[in-house]
Design a protein around this ligand. Structure first.
Ligand SMILES: NC(=O)c1ccc[n+]([C@@H]2O[C@H](COP(=O)([O-])OP(=O)(O)OC[C@H]3O[C@@H](n4cnc5c(N)ncnc54)[C@H](OP(=O)(O)O)[C@@H]3O)[C@@H](O)[C@H]2O)c1
Length: 280
C-alpha cells in the first residue's frame, strides 16, 4: 500500500458496466474512497444504491466534467490521489465508411473528454505533491485491427498523450500508467453495436457482407475471442499502478496483447498485415 498521507481517493470514469464497474467495487472493498462516475443518471442512482459514491460525468460534455471535478474536490478538501480514465466507446466500421461525425464523437469521448478531465486533475496532484494517472487504453492502442479504425485511432492518440505526459511529469511524484487490455468481458461489444447502428450506413456500403458477420459477433453474449479474461484481470493491474512504489508505464492484459505486440515488433509489415486481417 502507498505511504500517501492523503486519503486514497480515486476518480473513475465509465462505471456503469464492465471494467469500470469492477474496478470501482474492487477498490472500494480495499478501502479506497472511490468516486464512481457514469454518463447516465439512472446508472448513477443504481451505483449509489449499491453503496458507491457516484456522480454523473459525461466525457462528451465539458460542463459535466468541470462540475463533477468541483463536486468531488468539495468532498475531499481539494485533494485526489488517483484518476482512472476508463470510460470510452468503440466505433466499428471500415475507414471509408466513417463520417466526420462518427470520428468526431469517438475522439470527443475517448480522447478530448479524457484529456480535459486529466488536465483538470493534474494541478491538484501537483499541489498535493503526488498522484497516479491510469489510462485504460487497449491493445488496439499499440496494434490496429481492421474495421476498428476510429477506435484504433482514438487509442493510439491516447497512447501518444499518455507517453508524452509521463515524460513531462518525470520529475514529479505523479506517475502515469497505461493499461493495455485485449479481450475482456464487458458490455463493450453491445455498446459498440449501438454506435455502429447510429453512424454506419451498412446497407449502402461495399463492406456490407463483412458488416453482416460483424453484427452477429457484436450481439453475441459472452466471449467471442479466445483468451478473453474477466475484468478482474484489469483490476489487478490498476491496484499495482496505484500502490507500487514505481508503477509500470504499460501493463499488458491478456495473451492476445502480448502476442500481437511481440509479432508487430518482429514480423515484416506485409506478414503482420496478413496476421491482422485474419482477426476481425
Ligand atoms: N472489453 C474489452 O475487451 C476492452 C479491451 C481493451 C480496452 N478496453 C477499454 O476498457 C474501457 C472500459 O470498457 P469496457 O470493456 O468495460 O466496456 P463497457 O462495459 O462498454 O464500459 C464502457 C464504459 O464507458 C462509458 N462511457 C461511454 N461513453 C461515455 C461518455 N461519453 N462519458 C462517460 N462514460 C462513457 C460507458 O457508459 P454507458 O453505459 O453510459 O455507455 C461504460 O460505463 C474502455 O476504455 C475500453 O476502451 C476494453
Amino acid at each position: 500500500m502507498t505511504n500517501s498521507t492523503i486519503t486514497r481517493s480515486v476518480l473513475i470514469t465509465g462505471c456503469s458496466s464492465g471494467i469500470g464497474y469492477c474496478v470501482a467495487h474492487g477498490l472500494q472493498k480495499l478501502g479506497y474512497q472511490v468516486f464512481a462516475t457514469a454518463r447516465k443518471p439512472d446508472d448513477v442512482a443504481r451505483l449509489q444504491q449499491e453503496g458507491l459514491e457516484s456522480l454523473v460525468l459525461d466525457l462528451n460534455d465539458p460542463t459535466s466534467i468541470t462540475a463533477t471535478v468541483q463536486k468531488i474536490l468539495e468532498r475531499t478538501s481539494g485533494k485526489l490521489y488517483a484518476l482512472f480514465n476508463n470510460g470510452a466507446h468503440g466505433q466499428p466500421g471500415a475507414v471509408e465508411d466513417l463520417t466526420q461525425a462518427a470520428l468526431r464523437h469517438q475522439f470527443e469521448v475517448n480522447v478530448f473528454g479524457t484529456h480535459e478531465l486529466t488536465r483538470q486533475i493534474i494541478p491538484i496532484m501537483r499541489k498535493q505533491g503526488e498522484g497516479r494517472i491510469i489510462q485504460n487504453s487497449s491493445m488496439l492502442g499499440l496494434v490496429v485491427l481492421p474495421y476498428r479504425g476510429a477506435y484504433n485511432a482514438s487509442k493510439f492518440a491516447l497512447e501518444a498523450l499518455t507517453d508524452t505526459l509521463r515524460l513531462e511529469l518525470a520529475n514529479t511524484n505523479i506517475f502515469v500508467s497505461a493499461i493495455e487490455p485485449g479481450p475482456v468481458i464487458s458490455r463493450f461489444r453491445m455498446n459498440s453495436y449501438k454506435m455502429f447502428e447510429q453512424y454506419v450506413d451498412a446497407q449502402n456500403s461495399i463492406h456490407q457482407a463483412t458488416y453482416n458477420k460483424m453484427h452477429t459477433t457484436l450481439l453475441q453474449e459472452g466471449p467471442v475471442m479466445p483468451f478473453t479474461l474477466p475484468p478482474e484481470a484489469v483490476l489487478k493491474r490498476v491496484i499495482h499502478a496505484l500502490e507500487a512504489k514505481h508503477p509500470q508505464p504499460h501493463y499488458y492484459v491478456t495473451l492476445p496483447t502480448y502476442v500481437l505486440v511481440t509479432l508487430k515488433r518482429f514480423l515484416p509489415h506485409r506478414i503482420m498485415d496478413w496476421v491482422l486481417r485474419k482477426v476481425i
